[in-house]
Design a protein around this ligand. Structure first.
Ligand code: AHR
Length: 515
């Protein structure tokens, strides 16, 4: 009797699993139809004088017991090297428009201690300044993206900072740099003229800022071969008027910035929690994050109209998740945990940036260490890599790649209440090495998705890579358990040019298709 019941149960399980399992999603990748260049700058970082983003996260000082090189944490630099970071935006953020660069040069003991008025009202020792930032840049082999102070500075102050960094002349400023220990000029790749000038950067109207941009940019002079690309401070969320105004002015603009943060609730007073969140907030966060695609598209439509030659890029130089502060922490420090949900969010954003790579020339996630959607969290001498770190590391193969088209026959969806989002995000590109890479994201918090992929124009001999997932919707790494969420190897089944892939629920995979 018991055996009969067991047999019936087994049969029910067998059939129900078969009936309930969704059919594979049919996907075609046209590897022989190269599209836009995916700039490595899409994988940029942002480090602001905010909370423990710089102090303790990157800078511990030369006398610290925490291992460091010239005051910069060795463990953090070693981990960041693996991300091949293309650029770091510094010193803010909102901090940039309150920062006066002369406070951060010269002997440390003579540097003024200021108040970081915007972030927590804490003391800003200026121990980390221009020289220390370029030390970090050179340790990581990355590009410098300086955010200049337009809001509370002057054209003269901004102009002189650039001269201090880049002049090889006998000027007093170049001499001061040499006296402070740096003989050669530094290379400055990008220069932001203010930050969020619609808000913390000065509460301006776009037309007023446009005139100021022209004024400041006039004086941003540097030697030939070391002239930074100039970035105008643009809009955010659904706004397009900043792009509209800035792309019409006769000015030398290489990029217009755009900022978008994803909140689970969409409400800045009660954003939602980084961990222990309900399933609904998995879906609502990703739904809010996906809105960036329409915002990017709308801004690009304006650029296409006003700049048909494609000279001006859209620089998404702040993006990522933003949650409520954990209780007991300084709300001005923006420290938050980072889960597999953040990893999925990051990968979905990458795939959107790839899709609009013709105009999205740069993005910078907010922020690199200990702030918002960070790559790394630190606590004294301890350090952990977040799920977002792993997603960045897995996607390094997309830096300076060439996009190829992907067609999804029928998009599976995930719902919660009124919200319905696509369950799948895919992008494909030929890497610098000529190999084909796929980024495959399953946004479904509970269900795996199987894929039947056909690769056109490419001899497939195998497909392998890594998958990142977690046991729970808020799986994350802690200092006691730092590898709870870590990439695992994955080998897909192939036959001819067909590939069968099973994506676990809530996962990000990057595969290399072998020839
Ligand atoms: O990244 C945190 C803050 O968010 C930045 O300082 C500011 O530019 C934005 O509002």
């Amino acid at each position: 009797m018991i055996n009969r019941r067991l047999a019936i149960q087994t049969l029910i399980l067998f059939f129900s699993a078969d009936i309930m399992a969704a059919p594979p999603v049919e996907i075609t990748v046209n590897a022989d139809q190269p599209g836009a260049h995916i700039s490595r700058q899409i994988y940029g970082q942002f480090a602001e004088h905010l909370g423990r983003g710089i102090y303790q996260g990157i800078w511990v000082g030369k006398d610290s017991p925490i291992p460091n090189t010239n005051g910069i944490r060795t463990d953090v630099v070693d981990a960041l090297k693996k991300l091949h970071i293309p650029s770091i935006r510094w010193p803010g953020g909102c901090f940039a428009d309150e920062y006066h660069w002369r406070d951060g040069i010269g002997p440390a003991e003579l540097r003024p201690v200021k108040v970081n008025n915007h972030w927590g009202g804490v003391a800003e020792t200026n121990a980390f300044g221009t020289h220390e930032f370029f030390d970090l840049v050179e340790m990581l082999g990355t590009d410098a993206y300086i955010a200049g102070n337009l809001g509370s500075g002057s054209p003269r102050e901004m102009m002189e900072w650039l001269e201090y960094m880049t002049s090889d002349s006998q000027s007093s400023l170049a001499g001061l740099r040499r006296k402070n220990g740096r003989a050669e000029p530094w290379k400055v790749a990008f220069w932001g003229v203010g930050n969020e000038s619609w808000g913390c950067g000065g509460n301006m109207q776009p037309e007023y800022y446009a005139d100021l941009y022209r004024q400041y940019a006039t004086f941003l002079k540097a030697p030939e071969g070391n002239r930074p690309k100039k970035v105008a401070s643009g809009g955010y969320n659904e706004l397009t008027d900043w792009t509209e105004v800035l792309s019409r002015i006769p000015a030398n603009i290489d990029g217009i910035s755009f900022h978008y943060y994803s909140l689970p609730t969409g409400d800045w007073d009660q954003k939602g929690s980084a961990v222990n969140f309900p399933r609904h907030e998995w879906v609502s966060l990703l739904s809010n994050s996906l809105k960036i695609e329409a915002y990017i598209r709308n801004n690009i439509a304006i650029l296409e109209e006003n700049d048909p030659e494609g000279k001006i890029g859209l620089y998404v130089d702040e993006w990522g998740s933003w949650y409520d502060t954990e209780s007991g922490r300084n709300p001005g420090f923006l420290y938050q945990q980072n889960t597999i949900r953040d990893a999925v969010l990051a990968a979905v954003n990458f795939n959107i940036f790839h899709l609009y790579a013709e105009r999205v020339h740069m993005t910078n996630i907010a922020q690199m260490v200990n702030v918002l959607q960070a790559m790394i969290l630190t606590e004294q001498e301890k350090m952990l890599l977040t799920p977002t770190y792993h997603v960045f590391e897995m996607h390094t193969v997309f830096q300076d790649s060439t996009r190829v088209p992907v067609t999804i026959a029928e998009m599976p969806r995930v719902s919660s209440g009124e919200i319905s989002i696509p369950a799948l995000s895919v992008s494909a590109a030929r890497g610098k090495d000529g190999k084909l890479y796929l980024s495959l994201v399953n946004l479904d918090p509970q269900n795996p998705i199987s894929l039947n992929m056909t690769i056109e124009g490419y001899e497939v001999s195998g497909a392998m890579g890594r998958v990142l997932t977690g046991d729970h919707i808020d799986s994350h790494n802690t200092f006691d358990s730092p590898a709870t969420v870590a990439p695992a190897p994955y080998i897909a089944k192939t036959r001819g040019n067909a590939i069968r892939v099973n994506l676990p629920a809530r996962s990000v995979s990057v595969l290399q298709i072998k020839q």
